[in-house]
Every structure is written in structure tokens, then in C-alpha cells.
Design a protein around this ligand. Structure first.
Ligand code: CP
Length: 312
């Protein structure tokens, strides 16, 4: 298979393992490209891409824009905070107005689960989900798995512990789908109030004890507590201090393990809450490798989806 079966990237749930491997092989090529003195290829010079961000982003937004420019696409950026959405315009009206400007592909982040799917049923452009509420963040999961592959040689057979706010995390759900499709074993760890009830149906075990989880895993992916999705305050645990005591990763906890593990974080990091600075910045951490790999993975996704667009 040298092409994706899907026409849009809405979620990892829709991908076959061979499609993920194809994205990785394509990203290997683009990773070599972005390390050349001239970091640009003409692959998408006839393609126009709109980046629609209805929710805050640093890494994903910059990474997609850089990936598009490295592929020579024309790029337009939209941010809801400075748009007519604030005057009451709906998602579909906003998007239809943007598409009237002849846009081939849309990269969208939106606070509502299913927003990317909704868009894909109503417009002709290729849609890439850059995070839809608490649902999926497919390119984050792809770059995470790609970074594990780069660091350890293969994802298959690895034990990955995802720690923190699983309930509100699109990164957790997409990572679970992606890692399992590639043959890894996944456990989650966190306060029971932040573990979704459906987790067992995903064939994922819950490990309530962080130390036991760290001793089990090869890779620990530390997630941020998403206070912005928790209705204000700490409704799910007594205090951030107590959360950190129970589930925060620090050097002492890492040093007490009888083996070396790889530490990941999708960002943004709340230093001193889910992870201390000495761990985030240590040799065990691949956090900045994840960011670097995000550009190559997003180039691969855009390139493969664009290859399915009919071009003269
Ligand atoms: N990891 C991630 O999605 O970060 P941003 O919210 O900054 O894009």
C-alpha cells in the first residue's frame, strides 16, 4: 500500500496499522529533508491549506504551518479569537466563506468533539483534525509513537504508561488507539475521578499506583491536568499539591526505579505539577524530540492526503 485508504485524518481509530506505518516511512523521508541546508520541497506548491484554530495552540499550530511551508503549500491562518465567530457566525458559515476562496485542505482545531467529522461531511476539502475537544488528536499520537520508535527501535512490544487526566485528554485516546494498533501494551494511571468508565472496553488496564506503573513501563507519557475542561476549580481532586504528591514525576521517583525509562509529554507542561523541571529537561526526556518529529509527521500526513486530491 503506497497511499492512505482514508480521505481525511479525523482520528487514529479510522486508520489501519499499515497506514500508520506508511505515515512513518513518509515521515522518515521528510525528517531527512528538514535536516538538509535547504529544508523545502515543491510537493504541495499547487495546494492551498487553511489552518482554522478555534482553540488555543502553540505546538500544533506552528508545527502544521511549518510543515505546510516546508512542502511549498500556500497557507492561510484563521484564529477564532480575532474573527467574526465573535460576532455570532457559525462554524459551517465560517468554513464555507473560507472555502469560497478555493482551499484544498483544512487543518482544524475545535473545542467540540466531532467537529472535524462534521466538517468532512459538508465540504469538499481534505480535513485534518488538529484536536477536537476531548475526542482525538491524531497527529499528536502519530508523532508520539514515531518518537518511541525512534528512541527504542520499535513500538511493538513496548509497555507505555499514560499518566494524568485521561478523562479530558484527546491525546490519551489517540495514543491508546495508535500504540495498540502498533502492538504496544498500554496502561493508564491517575485519580479514579479522571479515568473514563469506558477505559476497560479499550483493553487498557488501570494502575492506580504511580510507582508500580513506572516500574512496569518502558515509556511514561505524563499528561497535563486540563483545568480548562474541568469547569473551573479542582472538582476532580482536592488540590494540585495533592495531585502532584500522588501522580507527579520527580527525579527522586525516577532514581528509585531499577531501570531506565523514557519520559514523554505532549505539552504544554505545567512544570512542578505533573513533572518537575529536572525530569522534563533530563536525558530520559524526549519532549523536544516529540516537537521536532511533529513537523515531519505533519508533512507526511499532508503529503499523503494531498496525493489523493485530483490535480491537473
Ligand atoms: N500538544 C499540543 O497539542 O500542544 P498545543 O495545544 O500547544 O498545540
Amino acid at each position: 500500500m503506497k497511499t492512505l485508504r482514508v480521505n481525511h485524518l479525523l482520528g487514529i481509530k479510522d486508520l489501519q496499522p499499515e497506514e500508520i506505518q506508511l505515515i512513518f516511512e513518509t515521515a522518515d523521508h521528510f525528517k531527512e529533508v528538514i535536516n538538509r541546508p535547504i529544508k523545502k520541497v515543491p510537493s504541495l506548491r499547487d495546494i492551498t491549506i487553511a489552518n482554522l484554530f478555534f482553540e488555543n495552540s502553540t505546538r500544533t499550530k506552528l508545527s502544521f504551518e511549518l510543515a505546510e511551508k516546508r512542502l511549498s503549500a500556500d497557507v492561510v491562518n484563521f484564529s477564532s479569537s480575532s474573527s467574526s465567530v465573535n460576532k455570532g457566525e457559525t462554524l459551517i458559515d465560517t468554513v464555507n466563506n473560507i472555502l469560497a476562496m478555493k482551499i484544498d485542505m483544512v487543518v482544524m482545531r475545535h473545542p467540540n468533539p466531532g467537529a472535524a467529522h462534521f466538517l468532512s461531511t459538508r465540504v469538499n476539502s481534505r480535513i485534518v483534525n488538529a484536536g477536537d475537544g476531548t475526542h482525538e488528536h491524531p497527529t499528536q499520537a502519530l508523532l508520539d509513537a514515531y518518537s518511541i520508535r525512534e528512541k527504542t527501535g520499535d513500538v511493538a512490544g513496548k509497555k507505555v504508561l499514560i499518566v494524568g487526566d485521561i478523562l479530558h485528554s484527546r491525546v490519551a485516546l489517540s495514543n491508546i488507539y495508535c500504540l495498540q494498533k502498533l502492538g504496544a501494551e498500554v496502561k493508564v494511571c491517575g485519580p479514579s475521578t479522571l479515568i473514563p468508565k469506558y477505559i476497560k472496553a479499550l483493553n487498557v488496564e488501570v494502575e492506580p499506583d504511580l510507582i508500580k506503573g513506572l516500574n512496569w513501563c518502558d515509556v511514561a507519557n505524563m499528561l497535563r491536568i486540563q483545568l480548562e475542561r474541568q469547569g473551573g476549580g479542582h472538582a476532580y481532586f482536592p488540590s494540585l499539591r495533592e495531585y502532584t504528591m500522588m501522580y507527579g514525576l520527580n527525579k527522586e521517583r525516577l532514581d528509585r526505579l531499577n531501570k531506565e525509562i523514557t519520559i514523554m509529554h505532549p505539552g504544554p507542561i505545567n512544570r512542578g505539577v505533573e513533572i518537575t523541571s529536572d525530569v522534563a529537561d533530563s536525558d530520559h526526556s524526549i519532549i523536544l524530540n516529540q516537537v521536532e518529529n511533529g513537523v515531519a509527521i505533519r508533512m507526511a500526513v499532508l503529503y499523503l492526503l494531498a496525493s489523493k486530491i485530483e490535480r491537473p
